[in-house]
Design a protein around this ligand. Structure first.
Ligand SMILES: [Zn+2]
Length: 322
């Protein structure tokens, strides 16, 4: 049965590929990342994945912080804001403790950042818990259970499993999915979304990374900036794996989208339509130099328009100016 399904999938793909010309090969698309392309979703400049792969080979990243810093310094300008702040913190710590590596330096700061993180988290959980007063009885009971479990995790200094923001929001959404009032539903989720991610709070980054090896910490400082192919229609929904369905996105945005539809991604990243335009303008400029092609941009416009429920309406008129 599975084999049959795979066969069908394959046939469907071959058929579509023959029907539509693929505008850019994967190699050509990847090559665009050599030209400081902004991420489709967050608009931050992306790093070519080969440069990242080369960094993975550098043994110095696991050694003394000072040696690792020298290797990472050329990438400081493309680090995402939290990563850059942590990098600067590591730089000043390394001056104070020249013999320590990245892990040892983060461990010095871990406790204080963990407290700061729990403070932010618990104030948000309090706000979420307030809704027990308003929700129908059954939902209120489920919410109470979730909050007890969650508090057990965050107030335990050595939890069995670390707290996951993503799973918490998923469970919360599940509890209130049948709530009649859309406004209250949105209010609750909006509050929960304020829970810090390691990409938006230094304390969350430090807590998450203090458990990792020094070279992993070093790579995590730039990992979010690495350029990737985002499947616009997710793979699990039979999205094609070629440039008709690929957009260039930083690894952070790609990972945080999972397989959610693009309108949900826009909800979490309200600037996405503007950033998609920034990327398109850059691609058009590259097109004029013969590095990108017209068909890729036209297809991207079309696909984003429909998949985003028309939220992303790219202006590609410059493409036709001579
Ligand atoms: Zn991004």
């Amino acid at each position: 049965m599975v084999r049959m399904e795979n066969k069908l999938k394959k046939t469907k793909k071959t058929f579509e590929n023959e029907l539509l010309q693929i505008p850019l090969t994967k190699k050509e698309l990847k090559n665009l990342l050599n030209y400081r392309i902004p991420c489709l979703c967050c608009g931050k400049e992306m790093l070519h994945p080969d440069i990242y792969m080369n960094l993975m080979e550098k043994k110095e990243l696991s050694g003394k912080a000072d040696d690792a810093i020298k290797i990472l310094e050329p990438f400081e300008n493309i680090m995402h804001p939290v990563e850059r702040q942590v990098f600067n913190m590591l730089k000043s710590l390394s001056a104070k403790y020249p013999d320590k590596n990245f892990k040892e330096l983060l461990e010095i700061k871990k406790d204080i950042h963990e407290l700061a993180l729990v403070k932010i988290q618990s104030s948000i959980f309090n706000k979420v818990s307030f809704y027990r007063r308003i929700l129908p009885k059954k939902m209120a009971r489920q919410l109470r259970k979730l909050m007890i479990k969650t508090n057990d995790i965050i107030f335990d200094p050595e939890p069995h499993k670390p707290f996951s923001r993503r799973i918490f929001i998923y469970k919360l959404k599940n509890i209130i999915r049948n709530l009649e009032s859309k406004t209250i539903k949105e209010e609750i989720i909006k509050i929960a979304r304020r829970l810090p991610r390691s990409s938006d709070e230094v304390c969350a980054f430090v807590v998450k990374n203090a458990r990792k090896r020094p070279e992993v910490i070093a790579l995590n400082l730039i990992h979010s900036s690495v350029g990737t192919f985002e499947h616009l229609t997710p793979k699990c929904m039979l999205g094609l794996s070629n440039s008709l369905n690929f957009a260039l996105e930083c690894s952070y945005c790609n990972n945080s989208r999972h397989h959610y539809p693009i309108p949900v991604q826009i909800e979490e990243n309200p600037d996405m339509p503007r950033n998609a335009q920034l990327q398109t303008d850059k691609l058009i400029a590259l097109c004029k130099k013969g590095i990108c092609n017209k068909e890729y941009i036209e297809n991207l416009r079309e696909v984003l328009y429909w998949l985003s429920d028309r939220y992303i309406n790219l202006d590609i008129s410059k493409l036709y100016l001579t």
